[in-house]
Design a protein around this ligand. Structure first.
Ligand SMILES: Nc1ncnc2c1ncn2[C@@H]1O[C@H](COP(=O)(O)OP(=O)(O)O)[C@@H](O)[C@H]1O
Ligand SMILES: [Mg+2]
Length: 302
């Protein structure tokens, strides 16, 4: 595989369980030897300068690495100290981070007592307490409820906005779509698609527009024959009382379609624009749905 990630990007590594996401991440973070090829992280060769790479990155594993018997604050301070920062610097950073990530309230409680969302936020704080240039997150929101997930997305975006490069894996399509500036989709250790979520989805077949009209099948056919001549329409299919079209750019096409139908006195009943999802991209590349590709909730520790 060959990938490059720009500075200050949120880059997503999307794929079903077992695709090889964790394995790749562990190679990039010096935790697994690279047996073929090279990787450059933060401008340094991972194989040749592992110590220097480690000093510039943060890594949050799928399971996190907090000490259950220590408090949140103790974990954070220890982590920062391990990177060589002095106690005062680390303590003030820890306080700031705990505020930002909403964990200050239970800073003095043992991690053992944390909920899933609290623990995940602490994991992330531990990954960034030494202010790394590149942050690696392995499935940061797996197991979290929607509210905690959305909260974490905001945190990750604000890291990016402050200049940190974020490289994350996920098997959640919505997460990759909502959060990532660019992404690759992995399957069986290989990249099957790469690009911005928007471009990837557009490559599939354009946007789908479903139109239903008054006047039954006859009117639908008339609408179809008008629309299929339009340059932005890729495909038209006449259905029961309406038609389904694939268009280049739905938001741009919609007004033009409405004007055309109006001028031909074809009366609309409903019009519905739906964008393809990343699952459509995966489906097209692999012949199966990502939602069905791996057993949900059965990830193993890696
Ligand atoms: N390129 C590869 N070639 C052979 N085996 C691989 C490769 N990548 C991953 N594996 C193996 O596949 C299994 C699942 O990989 P993992 O990286 O944990 O996947 P994911 O994190 O995407 O669920 C592991 O046992 C790993 O050793
Ligand atoms: Mg994994």
């Amino acid at each position: 595989m060959s990938i490059s990630v720009g500075r200050g990007e949120i880059f997503g590594f999307l794929g079903p369980n077992g695709a090889g996401k964790t394995t790749t991440l562990r190679m990039l973070t010096t935790l697994l030897p690279i047996d073929e090829g090279t990787a450059i992280v933060a401008g340094l060769d991972v194989g040749r300068s592992p110590r220097e790479v480690r000093a510039r990155i943060g890594y949050v594993s799928q399971l996190g690495g907090a000490d259950e018997l220590a408090t949140g604050r103790e974990n954070l301070v220890l982590q920062g100290r391990l990177y060589g920062d002095d106690r005062d610097t680390v303590t003030s950073r820890a306080d700031r981070l705990m505020d930002a990530l909403d964990i200050a309230e239970f800073a003095e409680r043992k991690v053992r007592t944390y909920s899933g969302g609290q623990r995940r936020r602490l994991d992330i704080a531990m990954g960034i307490v030494h202010e790394p240039e590149v942050l690696f997150l392995d499935e940061p929101t797996t197991g979290l409820d929607p509210q905690n997930r959305a909260n974490l997305w905001v945190q990750i975006e604000s890291l990016r906005d402050r200049g940190t490069t974020v490289f994350l894996t996920t098997h959640y399509l919505e997460e990759a779509d909502a959060l990532c500036d660019r992404l690759v989709i992995m399957d069986h250790g290989e990249i099957v698609a790469e690009g911005t979520p928007r471009d990837l989805k557009r490559e599939v077949a354009g946007d789908a527009v479903v139109v239903s009209v008054h006047g039954g099948h006859e009117a639908a056919r008339r609408a179809a024959s008008l629309l299929e001549r339009e340059p932005y329409v890729r495909e038209v299919a006449v259905e029961e009382e309406g038609l389904r079209l694939y268009v280049e750019d739905g938001a741009a096409a919609l007004p033009a379609m409405l004007r055309l139908l109006d001028a031909a006195s074809i009366e609309l009943r409903t019009i519905n624009l739906s964008e393809p999802t990343l699952d459509d991209v995966f489906l097209r590349q692999t012949g199966r749905s990502l939602r069905d590709a791996g057993p949900r909730g059965s990830e193993t520790a890696a």
